[in-house]
Design a protein around this ligand. Structure first.
Ligand SMILES: *Cc1c(COP(=O)(O)O)cnc(C)c1O
Ligand code: SF4
Length: 337
């Protein structure tokens, strides 16, 4: 489907035994045949940089493995957990933050494998009444069939304190045909369900991906988007604005813009924080508030916003900066009495 360059070919050969790769025909159909810099190609075709060493790179800088309580449950924040239901994905995104778990041939967070009893995971959630939000992620949960996914959701729904169920899936972008009416109808029976997907570039917004999101939305599933800031892919204000505008047109709400973590095999995609802040500066106020994601870095201490405050305080009170760079002093504020 593409004319593979000598570098891409070498990367595919050299990554054998180290990193998996897999690309759906649909996602490959979005690739530029001849341009190795194509944003779709760069996300999916192995690159030589993945095999190079970068200072400070770690397999798990965000500490998923530190906070793992059972085979699949990562409990980092008091009221919500993620459930790593699988390590399999439709496309192995080259920039995956869980590259060790998903893409590294000899790596996984699972102690044995994904067949290890699920009772331990459900029992953990059931015995922690503070957990009100379970996010099923992976790998990509939608690699499972509907029946298995429904079984997991129904087990979670038997736990009274689990109020919301979230799904993290890139299928709307990588294989939108997987979002069938039957799948959406199944989710519709277990609300409230939220789905976070992962569009990184406006080229990914196609009639097919739009239709997949529309099917979810029509079945009451709230669809939000998490983008990773990626060097050479979406690290320009123009591309980011186009992506965000495109998401609003398909009724997908931008949620997070992740700073790319220094993950082993991923470091070459990481931009500076200054770049991310510069992009945020070009978004806030220039676009409606609900087009603007939160710029976040994920750390072992949790997700932390990286956006600079637009409010400063001195002895005269508060100073406010607007999107055009104008500053004003806030004359009167309320009191707490
Ligand atoms: C990202 C994440 C969550 C969900 O965080 P939100 O900010 O609520 O979206 C929960 N648990 C872990 C371990 C996470 O990494
Ligand atoms: S689909 Fe998600 S979990 Fe899978 S490789 Fe891509 S970013 Fe990682």
């Amino acid at each position: 489907m593409i004319n593979v360059t000598p570098d891409e070919e070498k990367a595919i050969v050299d990554s054998k035994g180290k990193y998996r790769w897999s690309i759906t025909p649909y996602y490959a159909s979005l690739m530029d045949k001849d341009d190795p810099k194509c944003p779709i190609r760069q996300q999916a075709v192995p690159a030589l940089q993945e095999l190079m060493e970068y200072p400070g790179a770690e397999p798990d800088p965000v500490g998923d493995t530190v906070y793992r309580k059972t085979n699949r449950v990562v409990h980092k924040y008091p009221d919500r957990v993620i459930m790593l239901v699988t390590e399999v994905c439709a496309v192995y995104c080259r920039h995956c933050t869980r590259k060790f778990h998903t893409t590294n041939v000899s790596g996984t967070y699972f102690e044995e494998n994904e067949t290890l009893s699920w009772d331990l995971d459900f029992d953990y959630i059931a015995s922690h009444p503070e957990i009100r939000d379970v996010l099923r992620t992976g790998g990509d949960p939608l690699t499972y069939g509907d029946e298995r996914l429904e079984w997991i959701i129904s087990r979670l729904r038997q736990i009274p304190h689990v109020e919301i169920i979230r799904i993290g899936s890139r299928y709307p972008v990588l294989l939108p045909q997987r979002i069938t009416p039957e799948f959406c109808a199944m989710l519709d029976r277990y609300h409230p369900i939220w789905l976070n997907t992962h569009f990184n570039h406006p080229k990914e917004i196609t009639p097919e991906s739009a239709a997949a999101c529309d099917r979810l939305l029509r079945h009451g599933v709230v669809v939000q988007n998490q983008t990773v800031l990626l060097k050479g892919i979406n690290d320009s204000l123009e591309t980011m604005q186009e992506l965000l505008k495109g998401l609003l047109k398909i009724r997908v709400r931008p949620y997070y813009l992740y700073h790319c973590d220094n993950v082993t095999g991923v470091s070459h995609f990481a931009t500076s924080i200054e770049k991310g802040r510069e992009i945020m500066k070009g978004l806030i106020g220039h676009m409606t508030g609900f087009a603007v994601p939160q710029y976040i870095i994920t750390t072992s201490l949790g997700k932390i916003p990286l956006w600079e405050e637009q409010v400063h305080q001195d002895e005269q009170g508060y100073w406010l900066d607007n999107y055009q760079g104008k500053t004003m002093r806030l004359q009167h504020t309320g009191t707490d009495e």
